[in-house]
Design a protein around this ligand. Structure first.
Ligand code: S3P
Length: 428
């Protein structure tokens, strides 16, 4: 899919409520499916990735249906899953595949997880290794990529796992398997990744031991979950309003979990006028409203490496911000970007460079020097976050921009083009 974008020509203004948080939505559907009783989920993200998780849960025997704006999940208990008929297709979603693999590793039946071209190239040894230490039997392709053939083992043993990567998908996968294992399962990681699983398990009646450990055999009970707006989706508009002269935009109901809010710290450190108000809590998750006003004072910074996990999905749009800020922005310690839905360092570098931005790529990051942006054409390479980042870049360019490879925007933000138009952006 190709989108024609910008230049916006006039300021962005008004208010927007970003769609439900993708990470929290996946977890809500999975945990509700494992719980006994009917759970009610409000504010769920309706996107292809979340539909993938819900459809896999249905194939495992769950009854999931809409009730007006809410989703009702009739969980059958962690032990009640049925063997799926045929492979479970995880589409483009790494979160769906890695989290569900943790559950499926512990079942008394076998299953196969497949994905689209992008997911089929993503590394799975990072979950296969700890799951095998617990006693699971899992086969991958020779390159350690999907498909995953999981021979379930209902007698997993708990482990204390020191993950070499700061990955919430790895951590959540191991904790979900740990719910079924004998004894306690704990995970520690080099830097703290997003903690939505740890925050949501207690809502389903499973206490966490010492912050990141679960006891095997814990029973989940149905819950009422309210999902905040996705800060990763809001980030595109935060950057657009920061960079487009005279913009003033309010983003309502944005998730502000402190393992996800690095984009706010970066914007403020670069000089943006961004204020958070009306802070509140949904379950265990922090939420607030964000007002951004253009002030023309953006400057490049060195992004502290310890911030990287809290803004990992925002790095493509941060690269756009860097391209229009004064001076150089340096990003390091972000080698994980190379194994996302695409190699996000290469895809963004190729697009930015072709529009006149000076940059240097590194194995684990990039230096970007702010400059004037030309129009032309770029390729989002089927990666939703790169495609949306280029659509925002187009608002800031001096002439029209054509963005190829936008089809997967629907995996996380189906209403993106509509919302961008609503606040004054140009996109067709
Ligand atoms: C996610 C974790 C992150 C993030 C992804 C969603 C999650 O991936 O990039 O978009 O929901 O757990 P990693 O766990 O690979 O860091």
């Amino acid at each position: 899919m190709i989108l024609q974008v910008g230049p916006a020509g006039s300021p962005l203004g008004g208010e927007l409520t970003p769609p439900g948080d993708k990470s929290i939505s996946h977890r809500a559907v999975i945990l509700a499916s494992l719980a006994v009783g009917q759970s009610r989920i409000e504010g769920l993200l309706e996107s292809e990735d979340v539909r993938t998780t819900a459809s896999a849960c249905r194939q495992l025997g769950m009854k999931i249906h809409a009730d007006g704006e809410a989703l009702l999940v009739d969980g059958i208990g962690a032990e009640g899953l049925c063997a799926p008929v045929g492979p479970l297709d995880m589409g483009n979603s790494g979160t769906a595949m890695r989290l569900l693999a943790g559950v499926l590793a512990a079942q008394p039946f076998s299953s196969e997880l497949i994905g689209d071209r992008s997911l089929s190239a993503r590394p799975m040894r990072r979950i296969v290794h700890p799951l095998c230490l617990m006693g699971a039997r899992i086969q991958t392709a020779d390159s350690g990529t999907p498909p995953l053939l999981i021979t379930g083992n209902p007698h997993l043993k708990g482990i204390n796992y020191a993950s070499p990567v700061a990955s919430a998908q790895v951590k959540s996968c191991v904790l979900l398997a740990g719910l079924y294992a004998q004894g306690e399962t704990s995970v520690c990681e080099p830097r703290k990744s997003r903690d939505h699983t740890e925050k949501m398990l207690p809502c389903f009646g499973v206490p966490l031991v010492d912050g990141c450990a679960v006891s095997g055999g814990s029973r989940l009970t149905a819950a009422h979950i309210r999902i905040p707006g996705d800060i990763s989706s809001a980030a595109f508009f935060m950057v657009a309003a920061t960079a487009l002269p005279d913009s003033s935009l309010t983003l309502n109901n944005v998730g502000l979990n402190d393992t996800r809010d690095g984009i706010i710290r970066v914007l403020q450190a670069m000089g943006a006028d961004l204020r958070v108000s009306n802070r509140r809590i949904y379950g265990e998750e922090a939420v607030g409203d964000i007002r951004i006003r253009y002030n023309g004072q953006l400057k490049g910074i060195d992004i502290p490496q310890q911030w990287i996990p809290s803004l990992i999905d925002e790095l493509p749009i941060i690269m756009v911000l860097a391209a229009v800020a004064d001076g150089i922005t340096r990003i390091r310690g972000a080698e994980e970007l190379r194994v996302k839905e695409s190699d996000r360092i290469s895809v963004m570098a190729r697009g930015l460079e072709s529009l006149g931005v000076r940059l240097t790529q590194y194995r684990d990051g990039i230096d970007i020097e702010g400059s004037a942006i030309r129009g032309g054409n770029v390729d989002g390479a089927g990666d939703h976050r790169c495609a949306m980042s280029f659509c925002i870049l187009g608002q800031l360019a001096d002439s029209d921009l054509e963005v190829k490879g936008c089809g997967n925007i629907a995996t996380s933000y189906p209403g993106f083009a509509h919302d961008l138009k609503t606040v004054g952006g140009r996109i067709t």
